[in-house]
Write a protein that binds this ligand. Structure first.
Ligand SMILES: [Zn+2]
Length: 473
């Protein structure tokens, strides 16, 4: 995200002064109940708490001939995925389009770009390195077995591989259904088909993916590059992850039938241009200090306008924010908060986060808006507390994620132009989604819902605004 110049003087004092006064106040409070609404638990990391599963690929893939090293473990998973996809589409295609499904027969190419051997349709090793694609003229599926897939698998687990293949199969279905549309429409429809297949894979089929596997796969899927011919430098190519995940969730929740209705402009695509040249030069990431100092200020501004709209009553500012050193984590209601790297402390009405290890780490790995969105979820909890929300912790957490989406929409739309200093940059929405999917601790899913449901709640807030959040279930 970026700040405009009008209010560039958001000082660091906001953090510093509140912190000192909070520490004093905390010592005076006696509370019987520990009421920490946590966001990310300890050890939250992209591959830490929610460790990807390896070795989940079931038997299968017999009869699938791969051009390349069939003994390579990646290619074994791919072969299982191909067998499952061909059988899935043999069932689905007639229902959706009539006629029978023609299996993909042009060949399956496991490509080692450094060898110099090129699959059909690729003019250079650059086109296949770091990529996977379907080529309609030859009915071919190819993937980089040297770079892309091992890299994705290592970071996100086995299930990301069939999900990538399921997306490519979406393009094969488009070729069979003679689907026409802009590139972005074709991409999000393929994502929708991948989501529909993933739902089938969770409920049966050759892959027994857990919700955690799905979260990791979806996060990894955000990394997948566009098809050959799409400019990697095109801002819209980077800004589309939000839409891609939304389409994936559409297919997952509503089935492949809902994907067949896609056309240009439906569903609408959120495209965010760079607000200014300086932001573009920084890749859309504001400095860490500007985020942790400025975002709480902006959230106060947002809630001071939203809360009266929702309740007719004025907003009471959150008492303090408390960026802490984990060696000296603050107490909440008299109890230690050692298990949390980010939380809203209900009895003392403050938001705390590990400002030394965890949050700077989220910033480095997830980008500035990962941090901004995570802080926004905690403001959502503070807002819910003021709204008198008594739902169980998981529902509260989802509502808070939704409010983080509502705040994001407000920044995106610039509807607080007199008081807000932030603008969304390309990639920010994707960073928020990644944060909800992967920066989480081992038991966070039980407490907060899966990353998948958290992302749905966040998207609900972005698309439908904060009014939708109080009804979030
Ligand atoms: Zn594609």
């Amino acid at each position: 995200m970026t700040t405009n110049t009008r209010r560039s003087s958001l000082g660091t004092s906001y953090v510093g002064t509140t912190r000192a006064s909070t520490l004093r106040a905390a010592a005076l409070v006696i509370a019987a109940v520990v009421s920490v609404s946590g966001c990310a638990g300890k050890d939250a990391s992209p591959s830490g708490g929610s460790a990807p599963t390896e070795g989940l690929a079931a038997a299968g893939g017999e009869g699938v001939d791969i051009e390349g090293d069939a003994a390579n473990p990646i290619n074994k998973i791919v072969a299982s995925a191909i067998a499952d996809l061909q059988s899935y589409w043999a069932d689905e295609f007639p229902t959706l389009y009539g006629g029978t499904y023609q299996p993909v027969t042009g060949g399956f190419f496991a490509v080692t770009p450094s060898s110099g051997d090129l699959p059909p349709c690729a003019a250079s090793a650059d086109e296949i390195a770091g990529n996977a694609f379907y080529c309609p003229s030859k009915d071919v599926v190819a993937w980089d077995v040297e770079g892309l897939l091992p890299d994705l698998r290592q970071r996100f687990g086995d299930f990301v591989i069939p999900v990538v293949l399921a997306h490519e199969w979406g393009h094969a279905i488009q070729a069979r259904a003679k689907f026409e549309g802009r590139t972005v429409t074709r991409e999000i429809q393929a994502d929708c088909f991948a989501g529909a297949w993933a739902a089938h894979a969770q409920s049966g089929g050759d892959f027994k993916a857990s919700p955690n596997d799905l979260d990791n796969a979806l996060a990894g899927f955000l990394f997948l590059r566009d098809e050959p011919g799409t400019q990697a430098s095109d801002p819209s190519a980077h800004g589309s992850g939000f839409d891609r995940v939304g389409s994936f969730q559409d297919g997952f929740d509503n089935g492949a039938k809902s994907c067949t209705g896609y056309k240009d402009g439906t569903p609408p695509v959120v495209e965010v241009p760079f607000g200014n040249a300086a932001d573009e030069k920084r890749g859309g990431d504001a400095p860490y200090a500007q985020i942790v100092n400025g975002v709480p200020y902006d959230l106060e501004d947002y809630w001071s306008k939203l809360f009266p709209e929702l309740t007719g009553k004025p907003w009471t500012p959150v008492k303090a924010i408390e960026p802490f050193d984990p060696k000296r984590a603050p107490k909440c209601g008299g109890s230690p908060t050692d298990d949390y790297v980010l939380f809203y402390c209900v009895p003392e009405d403050y938001i705390g986060w590990d400002n030394v290890d965890a949050m700077p780490d989220f910033y480095r790995k997830g980008g500035d808006f990962a941090v901004a969105a995570l802080i926004a979820t905690q403001y959502g909890l503070a807002g819910l507390s003021r709204l008198g929300d008594t739902s169980d912790p998981k529902i509260s957490s989802l509502r808070a994620d939704c409010f983080a989406g509502g705040w994001t929409a407000s920044v995106l739309l610039g509807n607080r132009s007199k008081t807000s200093s932030f603008q969304i940059s390309p990639g920010d929405l994707d960073e928020a989604i990644s944060a909800l999917l992967i920066f989480r601790g081992a038991d966070d899913a039980a407490r907060q819902g899966s990353g998948f449901t958290r992302v749905e709640a966040f998207r609900d807030g972005v698309v439908n605004g904060a009014n939708a959040c109080v009804a979030e279930q």
